[in-house]
Write a protein that binds this ligand. Sequence first.
Ligand SMILES: Cc1cc2nc3c(=O)[nH]c(=O)nc-3n(C[C@H](O)[C@H](O)[C@H](O)COP(=O)(O)OP(=O)(O)OC[C@H]3O[C@@H](n4cnc5c(N)ncnc54)[C@H](O)[C@@H]3O)c2cc1C
Ligand code: SF4
Ligand code: SF4
Length: 494
Amino acid sequence: MVCVGAGPASLTVARDLAALGYEVIVYDGEAKAGGFIRTQIPRFRLPESVIDEEVGYIMNLGVEFRSGQRIESMRELLTQGHDAIFVGCGAPRGRDLDIPGRVEAAAHIHIGIDWLASVSFGHIHQVGRRVIVLGGGNTAMDCCRSARRMGGESVTVVVRSGFDEMKASPWEKEDAQHEGIPIRNYLVPVAFIHIEGQLCAMQFQKVRPEIDANGRRQLLPTGEPDVEIDCDEVLIAVGQENAFPWIERETGIEFDRWGLPKLDPKTHQSTVPKVFFGGDAAFGPKNIIWAVAHGHEAAVSIDKMLNGEDIQDRPLPATVMISQKMGIHEWSYGNDITNAARNKVPWAPAALTLNNIKVEVELGFDHDLAMKEAERCLNCDVQTVFTLDKCIECDACVDICPMDCISFVANGEEADLRQRLTAPALNLTQDLYVADGLKTNRAMVKDEDLCLHCGLCAERCPTGAWDMQKFLLEMTHAGPGCRSGAGLPLKVAA
Ligand SMILES: Cc1cc2nc3c(=O)[nH]c(=O)nc-3n(C[C@H](O)[C@H](O)[C@H](O)COP(=O)(O)OP(=O)(O)OC[C@H]3O[C@@H](n4cnc5c(N)ncnc54)[C@H](O)[C@@H]3O)c2cc1C
Ligand code: SF4
Ligand code: SF4
């Protein structure tokens, strides 16, 4: 089978299927595998040695990597007799900004993701002294922090929306600010100001948020004078788009009105049965974890399809529950709840990191800090499990629960039942845990939304009707475990 692109989605498919004995060929236009992980994420966040090591584990499973080979035609690929094709080509096009001065000052204005790739490949070594980065997402944060390391003395991030609405993760914004990069909000780009193509500033309109009659938030001009910010270079990081110029529409692969492939969301199968999509190419740009998850699902589909099975029929992840009881009052996990705030990951000194784009900023936790951080764990993986026929209805668990989340009441319609609990269960998005059929005809009802997983109910229960059990989830992976065995192996083309 063939994977188009060597990003995390394709590499996951390759990993799962190569281990099962499939011949997997991975094509990528770039010289090295890794996709955006290698070309976009700056080295000060992710060192190249880590990418080499991780990618190496997969390639060493016997995957054939055809580097520097961009697939230019899906039609042609379909004629090559592959049993399955996985498209993991990402969302490679950065959005542009069509405002006055864009064309004239083009030499000083760059699309953020293209610029980051050029930095990563060493094609660019410096940037103007005064840099504006447009956009409020993680790409903008990587652009501004990279610009700071490449000679940008005054780097400013300018965002249309407010600080809290920015798409960038809070810690990415924090990192940028820590490096002395101001973030200016509620400014909408109006024009690039230049003198005969030499960029000198950008003009912005000041806006404020307002909720309209339909409850939609809109940005309205404040009426104040426009703002000018001086600059020598601008990086545009206002979003990414999918582009599939190499997939001819007559191949039968259909796309929706947003230009995304029409896929079965569960199997990742396209309208051409042997072509599957995953990662940013499937449902638009997301992140590495999603790309990997898509890759696992697509691998299950491909393996089942090539074994002649119904790809819709896939087993749920396996779950195992293990009691954490070690003695009458002793658990194998710490259940002391702490309100301690998240510990910050220590940073290398800014004087060091800002001088070299390859010096990793986050130092990671040392042993002591890691232990402190681990103590904040809320034990969400340890569940309260109730065994109905052990309960003698003594109500001791109700008395001891610090959150009032256990009630013994007459069962009824959910809306009414929620109101009759010891503490009314008002979060409708959280299902209730109900065990009906006690000897007194009452039901045990637990509001999971309030539970601290402290284990006091299970400690107090005289009969062991409550138990604290660790929940282990094993995701479904391609291979014999997810096949029903009902299908006939298809003849695989030579
Ligand atoms: C600046 C930036 C920072 C990011 N930081 C993070 C982060 O910190 N954490 C996180 O989880 N996510 C991050 N992301 C998102 C993450 O990189 C992507 O979601 C993820 O890499 C998508 O994986 P993918 O396998 O779908 O495709 P990609 O990683 O995009 O890989 C696609 C590959 O396909 C190749 N290709 C494309 N077309 C063809 C073709 N026709 N023939 C052959 N090869 C082709 C490309 O060369 C590329 O190597 C970031 C993204 C950007 C832009
Ligand atoms: S684990 Fe603690 S909070 Fe949860 S139900 Fe039991 S006693 Fe209440
Ligand atoms: S403490 Fe145990 S036996 Fe008593 S009511 Fe609660 S679950 Fe039932």
